[in-house]
Design a protein. Structure first.
Length: 165
């Protein structure tokens, strides 16, 4: 038996005003995106904003449905739309937040497992890491330099290439 330990690292900032203008614009876009989330069932509004290498920002928010599983998380709306609209785009960063005015928590909320898997696919597609910023209440921010830090031992395309022909 061998025990294998995996380390994770992320950085916490109390105030994102020291980040550059491009990132602060991205953060504000994610916050604004929470306002137009369609979340009549959970009331939990999530916003995501994708920063492309071109400087363009693509936003998404959660879209719920009366048939609950038909809804989609904010991160996936943003990433799938980015891939549909700009199939060759390189993504530099992804900012995620919730509408803190409608919840009683100060916690920074991390993305669900399904969204982590989709972020991992986005990194694989562009063969490059995507910085992830989780925005908390006020200007708190958690910076994660790659999805590898949030999704160790991810299922990936390499596994599929082992299928016998
Ligand atoms: N949600 C997201 O948008 N992103 C996540 O990473 C977790 C959950 C949404 C889905 C649903 O509309 C609501 O939050 C409650 O789960």
């Amino acid at each position: 038996m061998r025990e294998i330990k995996i380390e994770h690292s992320f950085r916490l900032f109390e105030d994102y005003s020291s980040f550059d203008a491009e990132l602060t614009t991205l953060f504000e876009a994610a916050k604004t995106a929470t306002k137009s989330a369609y979340a009549p069932y959970s009331g939990f509004r999530v916003g995501a904003a994708v920063l492309l290498e071109t400087g363009e920002i693509v936003i998404g928010n959660n879209q719920e449905n009366a048939a609950y599983p038909s809804g989609l998380c904010a991160e996936r709306v943003a990433l799938f739309y980015t891939s549909a609209r700009y199939p060759d785009a390189v993504i530099k960063a992804l900012a995620i937040t919730i509408d803190y005015s409608s919840v009683e928590t100060d916690d920074i909320i991390p993305p669900c497992g399904g969204c982590r898997q989709v972020i991992a696919e986005s990194e694989a597609k562009q063969t490059g890491s995507i910085r992830i910023f989780l925005l908390g209440r006020d200007q708190r921010v958690c910076q994660i330099d790659s999805i590898e830090q949030l999704l160790p031992l991810a299922f990936s395309r390499e596994v599929l290439s082992t299928v016998k022909s």
